[in-house]
Design a binder for this molecule. Structure first.
Ligand code: FEO
Length: 392
């Protein structure tokens, strides 16, 4: 059962509980929601479609909500296939429907649906569309998360249709239709944000500056719960995340260990940091834990220690892949400390220094600790000094 967003705005999205990997890369143990909305006014507007995997289910929900009426407009805010995948089915069912989108989105529409002609209306920054008592205002949001993206503000009910912004992993049947029913929105919203939009902090800031003066009463994203209470809390988190600020005081230890020696050292370092009064220490095993979770924690905390084994004269590949992902996501404004391990020719530290050196405002602190096979009592002074350096 779903509730209406407002009396004239209906939720018609669908849950996907069978998806193995979102974007073929992110585990979604609680599934995923593809949100879509219907505005019933003198004119009827559908707000985005859903992934083709759930197209039929979505069309059934749409038919039910339409209750015999026909949609006049399909507003396409984002052309990524998790939202545009059912456009063709919709336009075949309702041939008179007009697609409202940015010029760039219409280019992408042609690329995804080659040879199909659509009735379209191109909109640009600030354009409006009157449905009757509802007026939709379109605001472009390039690179949140693709270049063609726009968001839509319903001036009557003050609903912000936010595209991918304020989205979250997880099906609504698992976390609730509304944010206030969700015990821990930030956990999966943070993993979603940094992995999907982490690179695009500046465009997210531009969008926030445009939409906050409109004082939205409801934020209706394309994934995850609809937000209608405590909006200041969600917006505050987005301000921190999009400016690469520190959300939680503490240290994140990321570890890539081959035979357990480096992991044992990382666990010992965690004890040392806690004993020195560090308020929180999170530890991820890069060889087995979800990498997207590790990326999330790298952004969440202001300080990180990377403990990694050497391999083939370089850096053990799980650590290399992690650093490569951080580079892609524009990870920045952080302090790091390094622990390398090697039985005969430790080489991890050199690669880690080069990779962190290429990142913006990343400061390497303390002396890199070099372990030989296993951490020994004689290594403790160096580990203590490293802990002091990262905590300073
Ligand atoms: Fe949910 Fe960028 O698509």
């Amino acid at each position: 059962m779903t509730e209406n967003v407002t009396p004239e705005i209906k939720y018609i999205g669908v849950d996907d509980l069978d998806l193995d990997l979102f974007e073929s890369q992110y585990v979604v143990p609680e599934g995923m929601s593809y949100n879509s909305y219907l505005i019933l006014d003198r004119k009827v507007a559908v707000m985005d479609t859903v992934d083709a995997r759930k197209g039929q289910e979505w069309l059934s929900a749409l038919d039910k909500a339409l209750d015999g009426r026909k949609p006049d407009y399909l507003v396409v805010q984002h052309m990524e296939p998790d939202h545009s995948g059912s456009i063709l089915e919709l336009t075949r069912r309702f041939p008179g429907i007009r697609i409202v989108a940015t010029a760039k989105a219409l280019v992408f529409l042609g690329q995804f649906f080659d040879g199909v002609s659509f009735d379209t209306l191109t909109v640009k920054e600030g354009d409006t569309l009157e449905l009757g008592s509802h007026t939709l205002r379109f605001l472009t949001a390039p690179m949140v998360h693709w270049p063609e993206v726009m968001v839509t503000f319903d001036e009557k009910d003050k609903v912000l249709f936010a595209a991918d912004a304020f989205g979250k992993f997880g099906a609504l049947s698992k976390c609730g239709q509304f944010g206030d029913e969700d015990d821990d929105w930030a956990c999966e919203a943070r993993r979603y944000y940094f992995n999907i939009c982490g690179k695009y902090g500046a465009p997210v800031q531009v969008l926030l500056k445009k939409v906050l003066p409109l004082a939205p009463a409801v934020i209706a994203p394309l994934h995850g719960p609809i937000l209608r209470e405590n909006l200041g809390e969600y917006i505050g988190l987005y301000q921190t995340w999009s400016t690469y600020g520190v959300e939680t005081e503490g240290v994140f230890i990321a570890c890539a260990s081959i035979h357990g020696g480096t992991l044992a050292a990382a666990e010992r370092l965690k004890e040392i940091l806690l004993a020195k009064g560090c308020p929180k220490v999170a530890l991820a095993d890069l060889t087995r834990d979800d990498q997207a979770e590790a990326v999330e924690d790298a952004f969440r905390y202001g300080r990180m220690v990377l403990c990694a084994a050497s391999y083939d004269g370089g850096l053990f590949s799980p650590a290399y892949a992690f650093l490569h992902t951080l580079q892609m996501k524009s990870w920045q404004k952080r302090k790091v400390a390094l622990v390398e391990n090697g039985t005969w020719a430790p080489s991890a530290g050199k690669v880690m220094k080069e990779m962190f050196g290429a990142m913006k405002d990343v400061e390497i602190v303390g002396e890199t600790v070099t372990l030989r096979s296993r951490m020994k009592e004689s290594d403790i002074p160096a580990m203590e000094a490293l802990a002091d350096a990262i905590l300073q």
